[in-house]
Design a protein around this ligand. Structure first.
Ligand code: WQD
Length: 331
């Protein structure tokens, strides 16, 4: 099958491209490299033995249409988008313009190319602050705490409306929890520009001696050890989840939201200790003030993914910590 992957050079996108290629699919990547490096394409070739087709483009209508004119695309996985929560608060217009426009352009290009199968990169952030955990797909999921999160909410809405108008279209809305870890080859991983916002890349830089110590944001939450709990899942499990979602989309129509998480909550302190144990090191950290906008605890109800996609996360926290360190140590 020919699969167009927008944002295929990014952290989750690149891992997904590898899984698609290993499963025998032809992959066409569209990525403007605004938050990724061209080396990733070479690394994908190193891992899979084959270079994916790569277009360095912005996801605007005319250019995307030209890709559909050139290739018979059977399905699309749409990762392209800005994703930094804090930055989105400072630059809301850029986030709405970029994330929403690219999705509308993609839908227009898909219509032009007669392609009716889409897997979208959504987020657990759409559950907003008021739902109890574990989060279930049928809960109201129409709010968020940041412009970034709102773009996910709005795009879910756009796709749902599109499916109402085109009942033979299938949109799988994958709501990710917290992906961490790296590819076993050591060639792909989470390598953000500048000082990382997310926990695991930050831990990696501290472990590598590039940052002095980790500050844990808040030690007085109403959780078992006072630090926030999240549902951390291995990025390779997440990538495999996209493959299953694609298989599901090929057989179904309609809009379907599906959580991809492990179903377990892990606290920041537990993650720090798991990292220390897996990699046999001490990690300097201090407990600091709470970070604005953080929820105390949430994790997935992972049953729907099991039932509809026959998918569940298989990698352990130790795998996540070892692979994350292997990547951080060598990059
Ligand atoms: C995890 C935990 C922090 C850094 C966000 C987005 C979400 C998704 C992934 C994607 C929290 C704590 C962190 C640090 C810390 N989006 N922490 N010290 O906030 O759960 O989710 O990223 O692209 O949509 O909201 O992830 O990794 O930032 O934080 O103590 O230096 O680690 O307080 O409890 P988060 P995170």
């Amino acid at each position: 099958m020919n699969v167009l992957v927008t944002g295929g050079a990014g952290y989750i996108g690149s891992h997904t491209v590898v899984e698609l290629m290993n499963a025998g699919h032809e992959v066409i990547i569209a990525d403007n490299l605004s938050n990724a490096s061209a080396d990733v394409i070479d690394r994908i070739e190193k891992i899979t033995g084959k270079a994916p087709e790569f277009y360095r483009i912005n996801c605007c209508s005319e250019i995307l249409k030209s890709i559909f004119a050139r290739h018979r695309i059977d399905a699309v996985i749409h990762f392209a988008g800005y994703k930094a929560v804090g930055e989105s608060v400072r630059m809301p217009l850029q986030y709405y313009r970029n994330n929403i426009d690219s999705t509308l352009s993609l839908l227009e290009a898909m219509e032009y190319g007669g392609c009716k199968k889409l897997v979208f990169s959504s987020s657990a952030t759409v559950y907003g602050p008021d739902n109890p955990h574990p989060y279930k797909e049928e809960m109201p999921a129409l709010q968020s705490a940041s412009p970034y999160g709102w773009t996910k909410v709005m795009i879910e809405r756009i796709l749902t409306d599109y499916v109402t108008a085109h009942p033979d279209f299938c949109a799988v809305l994958l709501r990710y929890f917290n992906p961490i870890g790296a590819h076993e080859s050591g060639l792909l991983g989470d390598d953000p520009n500048g000082i990382p916002n997310n926990l695991m890349p930050y831990i990696g830089r501290v472990a590598a001696g590039k940052l002095e110590k980790l500050t844990i944001f808040g030690g007085d939450y109403a959780t078992p050890d006072g630090t926030c709990q999240r549902d951390y899942l291995h990025v390779v499990d997440l990538a495999v989840g996209h493959l299953r979602a694609l298989e599901y989309a090929m057989e179904h129509s309609g809009a379907e939201a599906i959580n991809l998480g492990t179903g377990k909550g892990v606290s920041v302190l537990e993650l720090v200790h798991a990292f220390e144990q897996a990699n046999n090191m001490k990690l300097p950290f201090t407990i600091g003030a709470r970070r604005d906008g953080d929820l105390p605890a949430f994790w997935a109800d992972a049953e729907k993914a099991k039932k509809l996609l026959h998918w569940e996360a298989v990698h352990s926290l130790e795998d996540m910590c070892k692979s994350a360190w292997e990547f951080a140590r060598t990059h």
